[in-house]
Unconditional design. Structure first.
Length: 263
């Protein structure tokens, strides 16, 4: 596969560790009520402060050189950058992911004790690049291969597109009708949900459009069986980051974090 080459016009940003003081200004009890009422799902058009969003976006030009693109007919086309590259080239992202105050706020929403994913999980935090016409991902759940629950947090980084996050709530709840909706994940927006409960997709990108989003993955139990780990690694290799990056790390071998994996 080839790597993405087009770069969005984004001003570079200095290295700044994200500050989570903004969380104190949120009405957390009301947001938890919404989260619970929508079967562990919450979408906010304005979440991250502008300075944090600009810092993340400022890392994009350099990260464009590391994007691994893939194509799965009738399901997915786009690019991804795994945690290993972000550790080296965008340290503000793992800093926010691991921030104790940030995790504690998410725990208030879920009512669960959340943990970061093991070092061996390339999908713990990652960037999704939709930069070519038709880039998309089809309907799916964020299935947990872990022993416990997996929660997904999506954050908007760049969105000069008509592409939308479409989702269906209560799909597996036979006691009530499902709820369908679609939203744009603009810079600073967030979507937080239980991966096993929310059926969702990203609609195809149009001509001359760019959409880049950030994903964080938290779990209630970081243990994973050997077969589940193999399946998870295969999924990440084929659909996201490439075999070289995923399995080099899984086997504990060294790897150049700054270079993209190709298949």
């Amino acid at each position: 596969m080839t790597t993405a080459t087009a770069e969005p016009q984004i001003e570079s940003a200095p290295s700044v560790t994200p500050d989570t003081e903004f969380l104190s200004g949120l009405d957390t009890p009301a947001l938890k009520q919404r989260f619970d009422g929508d079967n562990e799902f919450l979408f906010l058009d304005a979440f991250l402060p502008a300075d944090i969003s600009r810092t993340f976006a400022g890392r994009i030009p350099e990260l464009m050189e590391t994007v691994h693109r893939n194509f799965i007919p009738k399901h997915k086309k786009g690019g991804s950058v795994s945690r290993y590259t972000l550790d080296e080239l965008a340290p503000e992202i793992p800093a926010l992911y691991r921030n104790p105050e940030f995790i504690a706020w998410l725990e208030q929403l879920t009512g669960e004790s959340l943990q970061v994913c093991p070092e061996s999980d390339p999908h713990a935090y990652a960037l999704y690049f939709y930069t070519e016409p038709g880039d998309h991902i089809g309907w799916h759940f964020d299935t947990s291969y872990y022993a416990g629950k997996r929660y997904t947090l999506l954050l908007g980084v760049v969105d000069d597109s008509t592409s939308q996050l479409e989702f269906e709530l209560f799909r597996n709840d036979e006691s009530r009708d499902s709820v369908k909706n679609a939203r744009n994940l603009r810079p600073g927006a967030m979507c937080f949900f239980n991966g096993d409960k929310v059926w969702h997709r990203i609609t195809p990108l149009g001509e001359n459009e760019t959409r880049i989003s950030l994903t964080f993955e938290y779990v209630t139990d970081p243990h994973m069986g050997r077969w589940q780990r193999f399946v998870s690694n295969m999924k990440d290799s084929i659909a996201y980051f490439g075999f070289k990056q995923v399995f080099t790390r899984a086997l504990g071998l060294s790897s150049d974090k700054s270079k993209p994996s190709t298949r």
